[in-house]
Design a protein around this ligand. Structure first.
Ligand SMILES: *[C@@H]1O[C@H](CO)[C@@H](O)[C@H](O)[C@H]1NC(C)=O
Length: 794
C-alpha cells in the first residue's frame, strides 16, 4: 500500500541520508570484490599472504602497531582499507605510494599522535578521528585531496586556522572527535571550518558539556552533536557553543544524540533554538533528570517545521504532567514526533493549532487522548501506533472535530470492537485508516469512517465480515491478512475495491463468484490459506487461472491443506475430473451408458435373435447339469437305443435328412418305427417295446404331429414311461410353431407337456443349426452301454 507522506518530511530525510551515505562512503560490495576480512583476529602485523587483486581489506580491531609500505605496496588494486581500533602510533601517508586507487582509509581509534604527509590524491574518505592528536592533524598536502568527501579528525585543542589547508575543498561531512577536549581556564578557542555540508561533533560521553570553541562554518546544512550532558549550571555553555554554528543564513537540520539534561535546561535550549534558522530538530535518546516544573516558553515566530524526539527516559517521578505535556501541545510547528517515551497523555492545544503531522508511536497513551479536542483543525496525519488504546468507539469520537484528518494509524494497540449501540463518529475526511494488530472482530465493519479508501485490518480477530454493514463505497484497498476469515468478502458493500490482502486466514473453499462480484480488483493476495481441495474449489481455481496477473504470489503460496491426500499440492496442479464432481453429469452419463447398452441389446435381439440363443444356451447348460447328476449305474439297464423318434409322416423328410444323420454322426443309435419295428407284433406292442428299450424319446412336434393319432399314442406311452422311471427321458423338438389353440382338447397331455416342459425349437436360420444340434446331443450320454437286438429278452 502506498501513501504520500508529507513532502516536507520526505525532503528532510533525503538531505540527511545523502550526506550520510556520501560521507561514510561505505561502498557497495560489488565494486570492492574481492574483499578480505581480517577483523578481530589478534593480528600484530598486516598479513603477507594477500592476493594482489584485493580491493577491500578490513583489519579493524586487531593489535597492529605499525603500517609500512611493504605491507600494502603489493596491493595495487586496493581501494578500501580499514584499520580502526588498532594500536598504530605513527602514520606516514607515503606508505600508500603504490596504492594509487585508495579511496577509503579508516585509521580511527588508534593511538596516532603524528602523521607524515604525502598526498594520496585519490582519497574520498579519510577517518583520523579518535586518536591521540593534540592539535588537528593537518598538512598542506590535504589541500590536494580534491575528491575528499568525508574527513574524520580529533584534537584536544583548536587554533583558529587549523583547517586552512582544506578551506577550498567542498566536503560533505566532517566528523570531529572532541572526547579528549578539556577547558583551558576561561579561554575560548575558535576554529574555522570553511566548507562542509554536515558537521558531526562528538563530545565526551560522561563529562558535563564544557567545550568552549567558537566554531564557524559556511553554509552548514546538517549539524550533529553526540553526548551532551547538561545541568542547570552548564546549560548556557551549550547555547553559547551553538550560537555561532546556528548563525545561518542557511537552514539547518540539527540532531542531538544522547542528551542528558534537566527539564529547565531542555526548555531553555528549545527556547534558544526557536528563533534560529533550524528547520528540523531531532533529539535521539533523551534523559530528563532532577525535576520537571512549569517553565515559561514563548512560542515566537519560528522556521522550525519538525521536532522529533525519540526515546525519552524520565528520571523524574513526581512532577506536573501538565508542565511536561503542555510545552509540546502548544508548539507552533507543523510536525511533532514523540516516540518511545513513558508519556501517558498529550494535551489538546488551547488555541487553534498549526500541527499537520503528529506521530506518537510507542508511548502509553490511553483512550482519553484528544477527546473533545477541537483545536486540531489542520491535522492531516495522526499516528498513535503502539500505545494503550482500547476502545474503538472513543478513537472514532476523538477524530470527530479533526476536520482535515486524512491518515490515522492506531495499529498495534489493544482496540476491540464490542457491539456498540451508538454509531461511531469518525471524521468524514479520513482516507487511510490503520487498525492493524489490534483485537478487533467482525463488528469493526459497523464502525468505520464512511469515506475511507485504504483500510488496514491485518492481524486482528475477524472471523467474518457481517452481511449488514455500512457500505464503504470509496474503499479501494483492504488488508485483512492474518485474521480468521473463512471466505473472501464479496464486493457488494465495497464497490470500488481494487486491492485485497487476505493471506494467512482460514479460507478453505472461497466462493467462486468473487471475481464476478469484484470487477475492479487489480490485485488480490490470498495465499497461505488452508485451501480444501475438493470439487467446490475447482471453479475458484479456474477463475484464478484466468486472472492470474492480478493474483499476487500465484502460484507459489497457494497450496492444498486438506484432504490429507492432497496436502501440499499447489492449487495450480489441482485437478478433479468433472465426472466425480457433478451429480447431474454423473446421472446423465450413467443414463446414457444404460441407454446405449439397451440399444445394443435391442439391436442384437433384432438382428441375431439373441433370446433364442440365450434360451438354447440355458437349456444346454441345464441338460448337461442334469445328465451329470444322474448316476451312470442307474442307467445300466438294457437299453437298445439312445433315442426313440416319434414323428408324423409329413415330417419324415426332415427326420431322415436332418435329425438322423446328425444324431448318428455322434454314434447315437436311433430307433425309427419303419426301420426297427418288429413285424408280427401289434403297433402298440411295438411302441411300448421300443420306448422301453430307448434311453430317450424324441418327439418332433408340428401341426402334422397333432393330426396323427399314432403319434399321440407314442407320446402317451413315453410320458407314462417318464413317470415310471422318474427320469428325464422326453425330448420335444418343435419343428414348426403350433398355436396352442390348435392342439385338440383331448390331447391334454400334449398341452400340459407343451406348457410345462421346455422344448427345443428348430431354427429356420441355417446359422443357428449348429447350436441346435449341440444342444440336442448334450442330452445323450453316448458312452452308455447298449445291448444289441439279439440279446434282448422279450
Ligand atoms: C499499518 O501499520 C503497520 C505497522 O503497525 C504497518 O506495517 C502497515 O504497513 C501499516 N499499513 C498501512 C496501510 O500503512
Amino acid at each position: 500500500m502506498t501513501r504520500d507522506r508529507d513532502p516536507i518530511v520526505g525532503s528532510f530525510h533525503v538531505i540527511c541520508i545523502l550526506v550520510f551515505i556520501s560521507g561514510s562512503l561505505i561502498q557497495s560490495s560489488d565494486v570492492l570484490e574481492p574483499a578480505v576480512d581480517y577483523s578481530n583476529r589478534n593480528l600484530t602485523h598486516v598479513p603477507k599472504d594477500l592476493t594482489p587483486r584485493t580491493k577491500a581489506l578490513n583489519l579493524s580491531q586487531n593489535s597492529i602497531q605499525e603500517l609500512q609500505m611493504s605491507d600494502v605496496s603489493m596491493l595495487p588494486e586496493l581501494r578500501a582499507l580499514r584499520l580502526s581500533h588498532n594500536r598504530i602510533q605513527r602514520l606516514n601517508f607515503g606508505v600508500f605510494k603504490f596504492n594509487p586507487k585508495l579511496e577509503y582509509l579508516d585509521v580511527s581509534n588508534n593511538h596516532l599522535r603524528n602523521i607524515s604527509c604525502c598526498p594520496v590524491v585519490s582519497l574520498k574518505h579519510l577517518d583520523l578521528s579518535f586518536n591521540d592528536f593534540d592539535v588537528l592533524p593537518m598538512c598542506k598536502e590535504f589541500g590536494n585531496l580534491t575528491r575528499l568527501s568525508f574527513l574524520g579528525l580529533s584534537a584536544t585543542k583548536f587554533r583558529h586556522l587549523d583547517l586552512l589547508p582544506i578551506a577550498h575543498l567542498h566536503l560533505n561531512y566532517i566528523l570531529l572527535g572532541l572526547v579528549g577536549y578539556h577547558v583551558k581556564d576561561g579561554e575560548t578557542e575558535s576554529l574555522q571550518v570553511l566548507n562542509t555540508k554536515a558537521l558531526h561533533l562528538i563530545f565526551h560521553p560522561n563529562s558535563l558539556f564544557s567545550v568552549q570553541v567558537n566554531i564557524s562554518v559556511n553554509a552548514l546544512g546538517c549539524l550533529q552533536l553526540s553526548n551532551i550532558k547538561l545541568n542547570d549550571g552548564n546549560c548556557q555553555r551549550l547555547t553559547t557553543f551553538l550560537l555561532e554554528l546556528t548563525r545561518g543564513p542557511t537552514l539547518l537540520n540539527l540532531t542531538l544524540y544522547h542528551v542528558e539534561t534537566t527539564w529547565k535546561c531542555l526548555v531553555e535550549l528549545l527556547q534558544f533554538l526557536w528563533p534560529r534558522p533550524v528547520e528540523y530538530l531531532n533529539i535521539y535518546n533523551l534523559t530528563i533528570t532532577e525535576s520537571i516544573n512549569y517553565e515559561n516558553f514563548t512560542y515566537s515566530e519560528t522556521v522550525l517545521k519538525a521536532l522529533t524526539i525519540e526515546h525519552i527516559t524520565n528520571q523524574v517521578f513526581i512532577f506536573s504532567k501538565e508542565a511536561l505535556y503542555s510545552l509540546f501541545a502548544e508548539m507552533n510547528i507543523r510536525m511533532l514526533t514523540i516516540t518511545d517515551t513513558p508519556f501517558i497523555h498529550m494535551l489538546c492545544p488551547l488555541l487553534p493549532s498549526t500541527f499537520v503531522f503528529l506521530n506518537f508511536t510507542q508511548n502509553v497513551f490511553t483512550d482519553s487522548v484528544f477527546q473533545d479536542c477541537s483545536t486540531l483543525k489542520r491535522l492531516n496525519t495522526l499516528i498513535l501506533q503502539k500505545n494503550g488504546l482500547k476502545n474503538l468507539f472513543k478513537v472514532a469520537l476523538m477524530t470527530e472535530n479533526m476536520a482535515s484528518l486524512e491518515t490515522l494509524d492506531v495499529s498495534l494497540n489493544s482496540l476491540d470492537s464490542h457491539a456498540y449501540e451508538k454509531t461511531c463518529s469518525w471524521a468524514e475526511s479520513i482516507l487511510v485508516l490503520n487498525l492493524s494488530s489490534n483485537m478487533l472482530t467482525g463488528s469493526v465493519f459497523r464502525c468505520l469512517p464512511p469515506k475511507v479508501k485504504v483500510l488496514d485490518l491485518h492481524n486482528n480477530r475477524i472471523m467474518s465480515i457481517p452481511q449488514k454493514l455500512i457500505a464503504l463505497e470509496a474503499l479501494q484497498e483492504l488488508d485483512v491478512a492474518s485474521n480468521s476469515l473463512m471466505d473472501l468478502p464479496g464486493c457488494g458493500a465495497f464497490s470500488s475495491l481494487s486491492v485485497l490482502v487476505i493471506e494467512h486466514n482460514s479460507v478453505s473453499h472461497p466462493s467462486a463468484d468473487f471475481f464476478q462480484s469484484c470487477q475492479k480488483i487489480r490485485s488480490i493476495r490470498a495465499g497461505n490459506n488452508p485451501f480444501r481441495c475438493t470439487c467446490e474449489l475447482r471453479e475458484f481455481v479456474k477463475n484464478i487461472g484466468q486472472v492470474s496477473e492480478v493474483v499476487e504470489g500465484w502460484p507459489d503460496s497457494y497450496t492444498c491443506d486438506s484432504p490429507e491426500s492432497a496436502k501440499g499440492t499447489p492449487l495450480q496442479d489441482f485437478h478433479m475430473s468433472p465426472l466425480s464432481c457433478e451429480t447431474v453429469l454423473l446421472i446423465v452419463t450413467i443414463g446414457a451408458t444404460l441407454l446405449v447398452l439397451a440399444i445394443i441389446v435391442a439391436f442384437l435381439c433384432h438382428c441375431f435373435d439373441l433370446p433364442w440363443y440365450l434360451r438354447m444356451m440355458c437349456q444346454w447348460a441345464q441338460t448337461r447339469h442334469r445328465a451329470r447328476n444322474i448316476p451312470i449305474e442307474e442307467l445300466q439297464r438294457n437299453f437298445q437305443f439312445h433315442a426313440f423318434v416319434s414323428y408324423s409322416e409329413h415330417d419324415s423328410t426332415w427326420v431322415k435328412n436332418e435329425l438322423i444323420p446328425n444324431l448318428e454322426k455322434d454314434d447315437i443309435r436311433v430307433c425309427l418305427h419303419e426301420r426297427n419295428f418288429i413285424p408280427g407284433k401289434s403297433i402298440v406292442e411295438n411302441i411300448i417295446h421300443f420306448i422301453e428299450k430307448s434311453y430317450k424319446s424324441i418327439f418332433v412336434l408340428s401341426p402334422h404331429f397333432i393330426q396323427s393319432e399314432w403319434c399321440h399314442y407314442e407320446l402317451y406311452f413315453a410320458h407314462h414311461n417318464l413317470f415310471h422311471e422318474g427320469s428325464d427321458n422326453l425330448i420335444l423338438i418343435l419343428l414348426e410353431p403350433i398355436p396352442q389353440d390348435n392342439i385338440p382338447s383331448r390331447y391334454h397331455k400334449l398341452r400340459a407337456l407343451m406348457a410345462q416342459r421346455t422344448y427345443l425349437e428348430w431354427p429356420t436360420e441355417k446359422s443357428k443349426h449348429g447350436l441346435f444340434w449341440a444342444n440336442l446331443r448334450a442330452s445323450f450320454i453316448t458312452k452308455l452301454a447298449l445291448v444289441h437286438e439279439g440279446d434282448v429278452k422279450t
